[in-house]
Ligand binder design. Sequence first.
Ligand SMILES: *Cc1c(COP(=O)(O)O)cnc(C)c1O
Length: 355
Amino acid sequence: MKLRIPGPTECPDEVLKALSKQAINHRSPEFRKLIKGITEKLKQVFFTKDDVLLFTSSGTGGLEAAITNFLSPGDCVLSTSSGAFGDRFADIAEAFGARVIRLTKPPGQAIRMSELNFAFSSFKDIKAVLLTHNETSTGVTNSIGQLAYSASLRDKLIIVDAVSSLSVLPLFIDNWKLDVVVTASQKGWMAPPGISMMSVSEKAWEAHMQAKMPRFYFDISKAKQHLEKGETPWTPALSTLFGLEVSLELILKEGIFHVFKRHMEVGEYFRKGLKKLNLEILPSYEDASNSITAIKAPEFLDGITLKKILRENYGIEVGGGHGKLAGKIIRVGHMGLVQKSDMDEVLDVLKDILK
Ligand SMILES: *Cc1c(COP(=O)(O)O)cnc(C)c1O
């Protein structure tokens, strides 16, 4: 089976090999070396000098940590959403008692800086803004640099879901003044699920000191104290860390800018190929993601059937549509371990099916 869902993604052989190692003591010099190495490499890919903390969880755990560590019940939060993951981020904030103002775009549309400006001028007590860099449910990439600029001019806390974009699409955390950024091991990082990662700016630490939402497992004060000793507060997903250590080496060896370029070329190549097959994508070409493509199901074949044919007749696993998009789109992941030839494989099969 070929995994072309937008996460978990396939791991390189070197990573798979690292996963088969025996566990180690997570309070030992060996582990200290492992976590120090991983954290230093992560900072290079995050383009940050801020703290980068690790949690044992999928991406959603990291998103929860990004809410509960920096906010208090009753705080006013502006959520921006281009789809299911943006909605989820807002739901988490609401679950913990934030007052959430929702700026929601129809499926396939990105958030515009002018809309953010308008929201900030309409609601004066907004403390933090939630941004989704790459909306995996609709294949839309938001212009985070512009959105963050609008927010930082007004001194808002900028909290970013970069789960399906960090290590794939350019994201410059320090330059763009992003305060809290979350990602997860099973997307562009070419490692298995199990670890979420979060950067925390100086300003975010100040907010943390005042923040009163309940938290325990994901408390960043505990995570930072332990990291200083080369540990995690709780038993970490060791195998995933073994894999991540190797995948980070591969990413840095290729060169992070080369990784960005490869994803840009693969994304463009795939969209061109789809156009030749007369298949439409959900977003405009301007907003289309280079880590995942949402393809509209053709009129004569619904998305659920198309996904089933891809899986059962051709051994290619793709994603379907969330919520109202169920049956209307299929989603093809191209993040992490991916080359143009992988997309040729999908394009050839789609051509065959459409015939
Ligand atoms: C995958 C993903 C998540 C997290 O999902 P998990 O299943 O909890 O890892 C969050 N946001 C985005 C944009 C994602 O792509």
